[in-house]
Design a protein around this ligand. Structure first.
Ligand code: GRF
Length: 191
């Protein structure tokens, strides 16, 4: 699990470990709340500060993931972009959660962008990671209505409530082998 921020999605995963187990939490930000949550749950943590070079950073992250015995990577609020080595070493085994209905509003300011555009519906997406930002094959999405009095905080809170249900469900589906990728299409066949 890779996180840079508050780690509320990490918490949702911690609270729903049945079909999967979090073996390590990696972060580029020492002291972030996500690391505190992992430590509180007794999960090993590893800090990998940004070395100023994407290829080196990606190698270090991949090596630590392998050393921890992880089979997949889950990114939630991880504010660094991984290089091609990660996709080569973990093909179809890296997922990310994003607070919009991709391909709308990729990037770091998805909630603000949805408000600025005045969309009536936004949502959350869990997708496989490929070499472009917020771009890989979409596994699952949940729509969230935008209210006329929403601000960033109120909309993000409702998006996060959906994230906290969707991400553990997808990770469990992956762990059970229910999710298959064919090009850009992803089939999720629950048992
Ligand atoms: C989430 O809204 C996620 O979609 C975005 O960053 C946020 C991370 O939140 N990529 P948290 O650290 O899991 O609380």
């Amino acid at each position: 699990m890779l996180a840079s921020g508050s780690g509320s999605n990490l918490q949702a995963l911690i609270d729903n470990q049945a079909d999967f187990r979090i073996v390590v939490v990696l972060s580029d930000r020492p002291g972030c709340r996500a690391l505190e949550r992992a430590e509180a749950a007794g999960i090993p943590v590893s800090v990998c500060p940004w070395p100023g070079d994407r290829a080196r950073f990606t190698s270090a992250i991949c090596d630590r993931v392998v050393a921890a015995g992880a089979e997949a990577m889950v990114l939630a609020g991880f504010m660094r972009i991984l290089g091609p080595e990660a996709i080569q070493r973990f093909p179809g085994r890296i997922v990310n959660i994003h607070p919009s209905l991709l391909p709308a509003f990729p990037g770091a300011h998805a909630v603000e962008a949805a408000l600025e555009q005045g969309v009536k519906v936004t949502g959350v997406t869990v997708h496989f990671v490929d070499e472009e930002v917020d771009h890989g094959p979409i596994i699952a999405q949940v729509p969230v209505g935008v209210r006329s009095d929403d601000d960033r905080a109120s909309l993000h809170a409702r998006l996060q409530a959906e994230e906290h249900r969707l991400l553990p469900a997808v990770v469990a589906g992956l762990a059970r082998g229910e999710i298959e990728v064919r090009g850009r299409r992803v089939d999720w066949r629950p048992d």
